[in-house]
Ligand binder design. Structure first.
Ligand SMILES: [Zn+2]
Length: 64
């Protein structure tokens, strides 16, 4: 493993909420207690409960 800079920011976590009815998806910041398939939020199009379909991290690329 290569050593990296110590002051690197920790990766940021995101959750993707998905509506099972119309397929609407929205990305938002990960919150404590989130997990995949958790019911979270309401679809703005048809008011169906949305579930978390994905949780992932995005590592910010430093600009050169
Ligand atoms: Zn919907």
């Amino acid at each position: 493993m290569m050593s990296r800079q110590k002051n690197q920011q920790p990766p940021k976590y995101y959750a993707v909420e998905e509506c099972p009815k119309c397929g609407y998806k929205i990305k938002r910041d990960f919150k404590d207690g989130d997990y995949v398939l958790k019911i979270s939020g309401v679809c703005p199009k048809d008011n169906s409960p949305m579930f978390i379909s994905m949780i992932y991290t995005e590592v910010e690329q430093p600009k050169k």
